[in-house]
Design a protein around this ligand. Sequence first.
Ligand code: G16
Length: 564
Amino acid sequence: QVEEKQQSIILQSASRFPPIQGVRFSYGTAGFRSDASILSATVFRVGILAALRSLKTRSVTGLMITASHNRVSDNGIKIADPHGGMMTQDWEPFADAIVNAGNPEDLLQLIIQFTKKENISFGGAQPAEILLGRDTRPSGGALLEAAKQGINAVIGAVAIDMGILTTSQLHWMVRCRNKGLEALECDYFAQLSSSFGCLMDLVPRDIITDRVDEKLIVDGANGVGGEKLKELKKQLKGLVIQVRNSGKEGEGILNEGVGADYVQKEKVVPCGFGPNDVGIRCASLDGDADRLVYFRVLSTSSNSIDLVDGDKILSLFALFIKEQLSILNKNGKEESNNNNPVRLGIVQTAYANGASTDYLRLLGLEVVFTPTGVKYLHEKAAEYDVGIYFEANGHGTVLFSEQLLCWLEARKNELASASAGCECQKAALRLLAISRLINQAVGDALSGLLLVEAILQHMGWSIEKWSELYKDLPSKQLKVKVMDRTAVSTTNAETVVVEPSGLQEVINTETAKYPKGRCFIRPSGTEDVIRVYAEASTQEAADNLAQSVARHVDRFLGFCSSHE
Ligand code: G16
C-alpha cells in the first residue's frame, strides 16, 4: 500500500517540475550546475535522490544549493553523504539517469528499479532527515523550494531548512548530526572559536609576534562567507579582521572581479582593494566559502599580487603538523596505538605547482595525486592517519583518523599526569585542537583561515616569509569553449589525454619546446569549457605554452573561438 501511495505522489509532484526538452545534465566535479533558469526539475529530482540516500543509510544527509565560484546567474546542487563528505560516487550514474529522465513515468520506473536493487524501503519508524542549505544567489530561494518538494515526495523523508549557509557549514552539520552532536550554526562558530583559542593559547611565548602584521583583510567574493566571517569574528580573540566584498548592497556582484577563483586564476588585485592595502596580509574566499587563498597586493598601478595559493596553505599545514608529530616523537614514540608509525600523507592534483610538490617531497613527505574534485582527494586523504589535501584553487582540509585521535587523547592524558606543560603534551594538545578547528567533512575557507592565522602566529611569520617557503614555477590557466567538452577523456590523474586521439601527442610536442615545461588539459566539471594548465621556467614561456595548446584544443574540438 505504501508503495502504491508512494508511486502516485512521485508522479503527481514530478509533473509540476517538467524537465527542459533537449537539455542533458551530467553529475560533474561537485554535483549539477548550470544556468539557474533551467534547474528546477533537476533540483526537484536531486531532492528525491537525497531523500533516498537518507532512507538507504538511515542517516541524515544534506543538500546544498550553490554554484560556488560560477557566475551569479548559475546555480547548482551538491549532496552531502552521512559522514559529511560528497555523495558516494556509486550513486552518480543513478543521479545522472533520474535528472535526465524524460517524463514522470520514466522517472518513476528508474526509482522503482533502483530502490529495489538497493533494497530501500519507504516510510519507517524514524524519519529520514535531509538538511538543506543555500548560498546568497537570488535564485536560491525558489530552487530550495523545488528541492523540498522533491524530498516531500518521498514517504518517510523530512526536509529541514537550515537557511543561508556556507557549503562547508552544511557539510559540517550533516557530519555532526550523524555523530549525535549539536549541529546548529552557533555550535559551528563555538567549535571554531574555541579550538582557535586553544591553538593561540599554545603559541610559544618567546615568539616575536610583532613580525606578524596584526591586520588581515578578507575578500568575501560578495558571497555567503563575508557575513558569516563577520559573525565568527565576534567570538575570536587575538585577530583583527576586516571584511570586504561581503555582498552588501552596492559592494558588487558575486564572484565578479572578486573571490578566490578570480584571484587564483587571474593573479590580480580583486575589486574593493586599493593602494592603502599594499603589503597587508589578505585572503579571498569563494562564493560559497569552501575555498581559500591568500595574497599580498604588490602594486595597484600594475595590478600585481603575490599569490599564496592552496599549495602554499597545504605546505604550511604540512610543515606545522609534521613538526608537532616530531615533537611527540622525541622519545622515539611517533607511533599510533598499534605500534605503526603515524602515516602523514599529502594529496594534490595535476594543478599543484611543481615547486610545491618538490618542496613537500624535500620535507620527506609522501605525496600522491588524484583527479580534480574534492570527492577524489578526500577519499585518498582518508587512507592516512593524517591526510592533508588541497587543490591549488584553495579547496582542501586535513583529515585525522579516529585511531590517531584516540591515541592523541590517551597521550595527552598520560603526559598531563607525568609532566604538565611539557612540549610533548603541548604538541598533542595542538594536534587535537587542529582536528576540531579544521573541517573534517570538506574544505572550509573559514576554518582553514583560522588555522593559517594560528600557525603564522606560532611561527612568528609574516605573509612574505610564508610565501618564501618555495618559489612557484610560472604557470598559466586558460579556458577554451568547445562544442562538446565530453569529447575529451583523460587518464593518469588527468595528465594524459586519451580522447580525441592525437591530441596528447600534439601537447607533448608543444611542451617539449619549453624548459621545465608541463601542460595538461581536462574538461571542467563545473563550467562548459576545457581547462588548459601550463607551467614553464618563465612566465612568458608558460603563457605561450598555454596559448599554443589552447589553439590545438580549439582546432580539435572548438568553434575556433576566444580563450579567456
Ligand atoms: C568544485 C570542486 C573542486 C574543483 C572545482 C573546479 O569546486 O569541489 O574540487 O576544483 O569545482 O572544478 P572544475 O575544474 O571541474 O570546473 P567549487 O568550489 O566550484 O564547488
